[in-house]
Design a binder for this molecule. Structure first.
Ligand code: GLY
Length: 336
């Protein structure tokens, strides 16, 4: 049986009927099923991901989507590109450490069946996202943390990596010297702080997402942010849409950010409106917005997308059949 036959989309003989039946037609395309030679209506494949590093990650994800792969495989492959980039200081093994010099990695993944897996506080493994997928595929659990996550990764022979790398260690030592007074306080630095969150819709009409980060630079040992927390850093409901978050994890967790965005889409909000309302909820819950940058991106089941952040400066990468570019997210306020 071909992949296409397994799709759940409509099969119609007449183009006119097809177009009038599918209202959100912006987000579908008519394609020819190679095996049956019939025309079928498929959702338009799309992948979006946070920040500039999303461009390279989206391209890797697109290779999977355009060869009839699943959104789940696409998002895993996509964010692995960012995790492999040792010049990236906020994702993967090149990331900045916590205050005690340990690079601890957080990641989660979720698919169209609401299956999910996550790892937090994982050290010395190259692809936390694949370990998160391993937790989902190979265990009855959703999340493994710390030594347990590492033991699981080593048992299944996920690739190891030595952290921190030389440059990161040097920066950390300098930071320690210059920030003696901060050393015991949970202060944060938003500039060092971003995540790759990726959402994809495949040709079968299924959504998946992935999120991975080294977390807050020089965070307190033991700190875990939103990125590995299903419902905070990432949430998928295949009936509705998908959302993921970037920025100050503590604020995102407080409003169960990504779940909130998906629920707002369920109530009929567009992806951008849903992200905006979630950002406004964060703003309303915090008296002090100093350095409180958070952003969301969202994708609905028809392939409509959007993003929104507290402060100006958040952007996300978009890849479709015809587009491969950065999009500036709308925002609530400027930094000044
Ligand atoms: N959003 C990533 C973190 O707070 O760790």
């Amino acid at each position: 049986m071909s992949d296409l036959k397994r799709r759940t989309f409509f099969k119609l003989g007449l183009f006119g009927a097809a177009i009038s039946l599918v209202k959100p037609s912006k987000a579908v395309e008519i394609i020819s099923d190679a095996s049956t030679k019939k025309f079928v209506i498929a959702p338009k494949k799309i992948v979006i991901s946070t920040w500039n590093h999303g461009i390279a990650a989206n391209r890797a994800a697109w290779e999977v989507l355009s060869s009839k792969g699943t959104a789940l495989d696409a998002v895993e492959k996509g964010v692995k590109i960012t995790e492999s980039d040792m010049s990236n200081r906020s994702v993967g093994g090149g990331g900045r450490p916590d205050r005690s010099g340990h690079v601890t990695l957080d990641a989660c993944i979720m698919d169209e069946k609401s299956r999910c897996g996550a790892v937090a506080y994982l050290e010395g493994i190259k692809h936390p996202i694949s370990v998160a997928r391993g937790v989902m595929d190979r265990t009855q659990h959703v999340m493994l943390v710390g030594d347990g996550a590492r033991d699981f990764a080593l048992d299944y022979e996920y690739e190891k990596i030595k952290t921190p790398i030389k440059e990161v260690k040097k920066d950390w030592k300098k930071w320690k010297k210059e920030n003696k007074e901060l050393f015991k306080k949970p202060e944060i630095n938003h500039e060092n702080h971003d995540t790759i969150g990726m959402l994809a819709l495949d040709a079968f009409g299924n959504l998946s997402g992935a999120c991975t980060t080294s977390g807050w630079a020089y965070k307190m040992p033991g700190r875990v942010g939103d990125s590995p927390i299903i419902g905070a850093g990432l949430f998928i409901d295949n009936e509705v849409g998908a959302a993921c978050a970037t920025g100050m994890g503590e604020a995102i967790i407080r409003i169960a950010g990504s779940h909130t965005v998906v629920e707002l889409m369920r109530q009929g909000k567009s992806p951008e409106e849903a992200c905006k309302l979630a950002v406004e909820r964060i703003i309303a819950k915090h008296d002090d917005l100093t350095n409180l940058q958070c952003g969301f991106i969202a994708l609905d089941k028809y392939g409509n997308y959007g993003g929104y952040s507290v402060y100006k400066g958040f952007n996300y990468a978009l890849k479709t059949e015809n587009r491969d570019e950065m999009v500036d997210a709308k925002y609530n306020r400027s930094w000044e």
